[in-house]
Structure formats: structure tokens, C-alpha cells
Design a protein around this ligand. Structure first.
Ligand SMILES: C[S@@+](CC[C@H](N)C(=O)[O-])C[C@H]1O[C@@H](n2cnc3c(N)ncnc32)[C@H](O)[C@@H]1O
Length: 296
């Protein structure tokens, strides 16, 4: 008879699975999260322990349970206008600045690690109220490794609790309709955003370059090698002058090709190709990007 793995070992194997599939690490100190986050999945599948889950995944490695387990272990924490100061800086400084430097009145934005969509829709609301972008074609691509998060984001339907976390009442009244106990985001905003499942660690070179990239609260749990890889992926989809927004507490070194904007917390700008050695320049050498009007 096969010996079942001990639950400590099961937690370790599940953490390894998460790391293999998404690059996210759960240190020993944070392993307690595994059991908590997987409890609903265990219940839904009639499983009792993490050991049972490991055995079920091993029995059917190509089945959906593996992806469901990975999804459940990801941290999808998000809210509308999370970190209000950043959205204020986008509205008052970054978007007007980009608008003044792009000739063809097309703005391309990428939300990498968008979770359940609140970040992308908050950005869409900010775009709509930015006078400098009136009449512009603005597209927001939003991606996340989690299929479940993307499905919810596409649906654009949020609970009362979600609405109470950061969404100003004026924006609620303007952009949401009540549907039963939930709130549905308006089609006008949904049409601005394209959601897709995508792992930031695997290049999709066809997309970009983007003028503005948000990658907030995603890099934090990558170990160094994956962080570097993610930065290369961001750089591949940037052009000189692209602005990159990170989460509070996340930082990039100059070698990544992005330098911190003075006076704008959490916001970086991609360096020009003629600047010091940068990932942006290397990325451009490796994979030429479609033309885009240069910043003056
Ligand atoms: C903490 S949430 C942050 C959501 C949003 N950016 C915000 O700040 O409100 C992190 C998101 O990153 C996603 N994520 C983690 N690893 C990823 C990867 N390798 N590729 C793409 N998304 C990833 C997770 O699924 C999760 O939805």
C-alpha cells in the first residue's frame, strides 16, 4: 500500500506546485496560508486533508484539480482605487504627461496581474475623467495567471463588500447598475478593457508596446530570478518613456531599464535607448516592437 505523504510534506509539495506554475513562492513562515486557502476546494471535492488533495492530483495530473489548487493558493487581494495616491498621480500627472507626448492620440495600457478586475476598471474610470484624453482611443489589456480571476474580471460583477472598499460613491452611481445583491460595471468601461489569462513569466511578444504598465503587488512574492524575468517581460513590452506603476513596497533597480520618477511614489519611467545599459534597450534589440510615436 502507498504511504500517504505527511501534511507538512503535502504543504511543501503544494508550495512547489504554486512556484512551478506561477513563480510565486510561499516561504515556510507563510505555509499556514495553504490550508486556509485550499479549505473550500477540499470541501467542494469531498477531500479531507492536503494529503488527500495531493493524492487526487497525482492520480489525474492532467485534470482540472491541479489548476484549481494553484488558483486557490494565489493571493488575489485587490480593490477599487487601491492606493488612492497612485490613481491621483496617474490622473493629474502621468496621463496628462503621456497625452502631451503621443502624437496619434492612442494610449495603450497593460495591467499585469490584474486579479478580479478592480484595478483595470478603476483605471478606465480615471481615463474617462481625464480631459487630456478626451477623444483618444484608449485600450487597456489586463492579464492574470488565474483563470478564475479573469473570468470574474470579464464578468465585471461585484459584491456590496467589494464596492465599499475604495470606490467613491460618485463613481458607483455613474458606472454601476445593481443586479440583485451585486453591482454590474457599465458596458462602456468593459469595452475599454480586454482581459486574458497570461503568465507574466512567459513572453507574449506580439502584444505591446504599452505607454503605461501597472504591475502592482505581483512582483513581491517572486524570488529574485523570477523578479528579473518578470522585469524583462515588462521591458519587452515597453518603449522609452513608458511609465510603470508598482505596488507600495515594491522597487526596481536601474539595471531593469526603469528609473523611479522623482516625486511620484511607486512610478517608474523606461529609460531612453541611448541611456545607460538597460533591459529596455536589450529587450528592444532582442525583439523589435511595432513602431510607436517617440516621446519628444
Ligand atoms: C495581490 S493581487 C494584486 C492585484 C492588483 N494588481 C492590485 O494591486 O490590486 C496579485 C495578482 O497577481 C497574479 N499573479 C501571480 N503570479 C502571476 C504570474 N506569474 N503571472 C500573472 N499574474 C500573476 C495573481 O493571480 C493575483 O491575482
Amino acid at each position: 500500500m502507498t504511504k500517504l505523504p505527511a501534511s507538512g510534506a503535502a504543504a511543501g509539495r503544494l508550495a512547489d506546485l504554486l512556484s512551478r506554475e506561477t513563480g510565486q513562492t510561499l516561504s515556510e513562515a507563510r505555509r499556514w496560508r495553504i490550508e486556509t486557502s485550499l479549505r473550500p476546494l477540499l470541501r467542494a471535492h469531498g477531500l479531507h486533508t492536503l494529503d488527500d488533495l495531493i493524492c487526487a492530483i497525482d492520480r489525474d495530473p492532467a485534470g482540472p484539480l491541479k489548476a484549481e489548487a494553484v488558483d486557490a493558493m494565489l493571493n488575489h487581494e485587490s480593490s477599487f482605487f487601491r492606493d488612492l495616491a497612485v490613481f491621483h498621480a496617474l490622473e493629474t500627472v502621468v496621463l496628462p504627461r503621456l497625452a502631451s507626448t503621443i502624437a496619434d492620440r492612442r494610449l495603450r495600457i497593460w495591467c499585469a496581474g490584474c486579479s478580479t478586475g478592480q484595478e483595470a476598471y478603476s483605471l478606465a474610470m480615471v481615463v474617462k475623467r481625464t480631459p487630456a484624453l478626451e477623444g483618444w482611443t484608449v485600450s487597456i489589456e489586463a492579464s492574470d495567471v488565474s483563470a478564475l480571476a479573469i473570468a470574474k474580471a470579464k464578468q465585471g460583477r461585484y459584491s456590496q463588500m467589494d464596492m465599499q472598499r475604495g470606490l467613491p460613491i460618485s463613481e458607483l452611481l455613474r458606472w454601476f447598475q445593481p443586479v440583485g445583491k451585486e453591482w454590474q460595471v457599465a458596458d462602456e468601461l468593459r469595452q475599454m478593457v480586454t482581459f486574458r489569462q497570461d503568465n507574466i513569466l512567459q513572453a507574449r511578444r506580439a502584444c505591446g508596446p504599452f505607454d503605461l504598465i501597472l504591475c502592482r503587488n505581483v512582483l513581491f512574492y517572486f524570488p529574485e530570478a523570477q523578479r528579473q524575468q518578470a522585469c524583462s517581460e515588462l521591458a519587452l513590452r515597453a518603449r522609452p518613456g513608458t511609465h510603470l506603476v508598482l505596488g507600495a513596497g515594491e522597487m526596481l533597480g536601474a539595471e531593469t531599464g526603469f528609473t523611479a520618477c522623482r516625486d511620484l511614489s511607486c512610478i517608474y519611467a523606461a529609460q531612453p535607448a541611448s541611456g545607460p545599459s538597460t533591459l529596455v534597450r536589450r529587450a528592444q534589440t532582442q525583439a523589435p516592437l511595432p513602431p510607436h510615436p517617440p516621446l519628444s
